[in-house]
Design a binder for this molecule. Structure first.
Ligand code: NAG
Ligand code: NAG
Ligand code: NAG
Ligand code: NAG
Ligand code: NAG
Length: 401
């Protein structure tokens, strides 16, 4: 399949039940933050020259970085001091050239420190034994929670060692019971968050999740897992506002990026995706729930060997809105179902209710020539988004594997 270019597909407005036209432009995505946070815009990182940060090195807290070790307590001790020892900025340092073994761990705030830089230069390894999570009912490996002004970077690697999870997934091994696997790197209730320059590989399930967070900049992440690994989303954003994701290379077994309910003002740019399932808004409306995603811009994405392109996915029976969603400058090479993206140049699309047309959970996208009037559904000239039968291999939101 030759390269296909999606120049502009501006989703005017989508409601699972209602049709509310409102044209988005890329400039609008972050422009109107009236009901968003009043913090600085993500374009202006909060970092500024000030007092020298106090450096807390995990090795000084007993981390050994040996193959059969467990460095979790040392990391937690170092975190407590980085977080609360003083009001000055602090640096939580994981030295370069070493490999640390970490059990599921939560680094939480609130912190006294004005800001914390987690400088991850070395490699962090997750337990390969899935009993570690199953026995304790845990669903995350490394969590940062309730921290303001956190900057995570350093060029290091987080290895989820997820092979045992994939082998025992009910998608790969049919007789297995379906269970939800852990997320490798989870950010919950973080504000003024910057995450950059890290490799996250072979997660048990999702690689990076951002939830209930405000003012988030994610860039230069290298995320990788085999194309067959089940449910291994790259970056998953939920219930978060003012999120920018740029310049990431993502190849996994599920969506490279998924933006789900409660997310607003999300800008995604400069993403290389594949293999994987493409870039998705949704799935929305699971279990007849109400869902809302608005002001999302996806631009300058290259999809290479993905099963799909860019999509909005819904569950039948759900309701709510996906509003002001713009896809532009999307390049596709060797995409299995390019029609599942808007694979025609310069068109404008409006969405009709999936339920209304009897297809399962994939929304049908009605595409009109750029110069036609989207307010007139009767004028639909050509259409097609995804097949009207959702493929079973693509139940990305069925988190119970
Ligand atoms: C830091 O101090 C705050 C306020 O006393 C406390 O709530 C928080 O749990 C402490 N954080 C850590 C990591 O100990
Ligand atoms: C995994 O851990 C469980 C208990 O935590 C233990 O019984 C089991 O032998 C371990 N499996 C492997 C392969 O180490
Ligand atoms: C997963 O399955 C593959 C193929 O059966 C096998 O080679 C590999 O050792 C298994 N890995 C784990 C961790 O169970
Ligand atoms: C949806 O309902 C199913 C079955 O009741 C349940 O297992 C699943 O966790 C629910 N999903 C969500 C997102 O609530
Ligand atoms: C196209 O993508 C498929 C599936 O990801 C892959 O197996 C195949 O090698 C790719 N072909 C080319 C020419 O890149």
């Amino acid at each position: 399949m030759g390269p296909r270019k999606l120049l502009l597909a501006s989703v005017v407005a989508m409601s699972f039940f209602l049709y509310v036209p409102h044209l988005a432009s890329s400039e609008e995505v972050f422009a109107d933050s009236a009901d968003g946070p009043t913090a600085e815009s993500p374009g202006e990182p909060w970092l500024s020259p000030g007092p020298q940060p106090w450096v807390v090195d995990v090795d000084d807290y007993g981390a050994e970085a040996v193959a059969d070790g467990d460095d979790t307590e040392a990391f937690l001790g170092a975190w407590r001091d980085a977080c609360n020892s003083s009001e000055n900025p602090s640096t939580f340092l994981v030295p370069e050239g070493k490999t640390y073994q970490l059990m599921p761990v939560s680094f939480h705030g609130p912190c006294r420190a004005a800001s914390i830089t987690a400088m991850i230069r070395g490699t962090l390894e997750a337990p390969s034994n899935r009993s570690v999570w199953l026995d304790r009912g845990l669903q995350e490996w490394i969590t940062f929670e309730g921290v303001d002004r956190l900057h995570v970077l350093g060029g290091g690697t987080l290895n989820g060692n997820g092979q045992q999870w994939w082998n025992n997934s009910c998608k790969v091994n049919k007789p297995m019971r379906c269970v939800t696997g852990p997320t490798a790197l989870y950010f919950r209730r973080c504000t003024h968050l910057i995450v950059e320059d890290l490799e996250v590989r072979d997660s048990m399930q999702m690689h990076v999740a951002i939830a209930y967070s405000w003012n988030v900049l994610v860039s230069k992440l290298f995320i990788t897992a085999p194309g067959w690994s089940p449910n291994t989303d790259g970056i998953h954003v939920s219930n978060s506002k003012e999120v920018s994701i740029s310049d990431c290379a993502i190849s996994t077994g599920d969506d490279c990026i998924a933006i789900v309910t409660g997310s607003m003002f999300v800008r995604i740019t400069g993403i290389s995706c594949g293999p994987g399932h493409g870039i998705s808004i949704g799935s929305l409306g699971e279990n007849n729930s109400w869902a809302h995603v608005s002001d999302v811009l996806v631009e300058k994405a290259t999809l290479l060997g993905t099963t799909n392109g860019v999509r909005i996915k819904t569950w039948q029976g759900g309701h709510g809105y996906a509003e002001r969603i713009t896809f532009q400058d999307i390049t596709m090479h060797n995409v299995t179902n390019p029609e599942s993206a808007v694979a025609v140049s310069n068109i404008r699309c409006s969405l009709a209710a999936a339920a209304a047309v009897g297809c399962s959970r994939h929304i049908l996208l009605h595409c009109l020539p750029a110069n036609s009037n989207p307010a007139l559904p009767a004028a639909v000239l050509g259409w097609l988004l995804h097949s009207t039968h959702a493929s079973n291999s693509d139940q990305t939101s069925q988190r119970t594997e």
